[in-house]
Design a protein around this ligand. Structure first.
Ligand SMILES: [Zn+2]
Ligand SMILES: [Zn+2]
Ligand SMILES: [Zn+2]
Length: 87
């Protein structure tokens, strides 16, 4: 079983926007929201056509996101491909 080795990159972040900030910038729509736990970037999930959360991971190198959906408390590490238990 693999474990996430990036817990030191998780910060106390404040969501940067009320929606996917990259979709808001281009006037597009998203399905679900993901919060970057390193910098607070809000991006859309892989079910959204723009996949901004994954793009943020690729461009910024921030590995861990959590769900921003109400009632969802999981987090995910893109590098290790593992789900993290809620803190
Ligand atoms: Zn990790
Ligand atoms: Zn987006
Ligand atoms: Zn980030």
């Amino acid at each position: 079983m693999s474990e996430c080795t990036h817990l030191d990159q998780i910060q106390r972040v404040t969501p940067s926007a009320n929606g996917c900030e990259d979709c808001l910038a281009i006037g597009d729509l998203w399905v679900h929201l993901r919060l970057c736990l390193t910098c607070g970037h809000v991006g859309c999930c892989d079910s959204s056509k723009n996949r901004h959360a994954t793009k943020h991971y690729r461009s910024a190198g921030h590995p861990v996101v959590s769900s921003l959906e109400p009632g969802e408390e999981w987090a995910w590490c893109y590098v290790d491909q593992v789900a993290l238990a809620p803190a």
